[in-house]
Design a protein around this ligand. Structure first.
Ligand SMILES: [Zn+2]
Length: 234
């Protein structure tokens, strides 16, 4: 199994060509390169819409081999296949408000990683996240929302504490901490995921997406060196 490594410009171009015509990136760093290449196409308005035609639909009907799991916020502006310019069978997507992670989310991730052998898990948050805003408002006012919304807010509270301890109080800074916290919490809570990562078969990357620019940047990764393979924020 290939080990994660840095992604140079030429190498990235080669892998992009290969994966748009062939199939599935099998190593974490190759899957990450493919996602980043797709996001760059989205940012620069050079979409290719791979794997969205009828022949590909037929080709993947029998079985799926997605190359990345996306655990993203449910925000309507964060549609995974659009912002990474991918198609059918490429991404295994789990979305909750504020990318909060409970047993069903972890079970879905474990299914993708251990059964489908997906080599990359991405936690995808974004600037101006409403779930983080709601949690911060609840903390500041000492109130708690009613119904099941409370579970979302409660799941963000540990990240608020972490931000406060780090002296971070701007919303987007808190979002980045919440993304990193989600990566850490998933690895702590899922022995199956941690085992795959330790074996080098899978990596977990936390990404922050900017709603206006359409660009992702890495804020956390396991293994950590994968962060350096992503483009800096614009
Ligand atoms: Zn959000």
């Amino acid at each position: 199994m290939s080990r994660p490594g840095p992604i140079g410009g030429q190498r990235e171009a080669e892998t992009e060509r290969e994966f748009l015509t062939a199939d599935v990136p099998g190593a974490p760093h190759l899957a990450l390169a493919e996602l980043i290449a797709g996001n760059r196409r989205f940012v620069t308005d050079a979409l290719r819409h791979p794997n969205q035609n009828a022949s590909h639909r037929a080709a993947v009907a029998a079985e799926q081999h997605p190359f990345a799991v996306i655990v993203g916020c449910s925000d309507s502006r964060l549609a995974a296949e659009i912002i990474f310019d991918r198609g059918l069978g490429d991404l295994f997507v789990v979305r909750t408000a504020g990318h909060t992670v409970g047993p069903e989310v972890l079970g879905s991730v474990e299914y993708a990683v251990t059964v489908l052998r997906t080599p990359l898990v991405v936690v995808l948050g974004h600037d101006s996240c409403g779930a983080v805003q709601a949690a911060r408002a609840a903390a500041e006012t000492g109130t708690s929302p009613s119904g099941h919304l409370r579970a979302v807010v409660d799941a963000v509270v540990p990240s608020l504490r972490r931000a406060r301890d780090a002296g971070v109080d701007d919303l987007d800074g808190i979002v980045d901490i919440h993304i990193a916290q989600t990566v850490a919490a998933m690895l702590e809570s899922s022995e199956a995921l941690a085992t795959e990562v330790a074996a080098g078969r899978c990596a977990v990357v936390g990404m922050s997406y900017r709603l206006a620019a359409g660009e992702v940047r890495a804020v956390a990764a396991k293994p950590a060196e994968l962060v350096g393979t992503l483009a800096p924020a614009a």
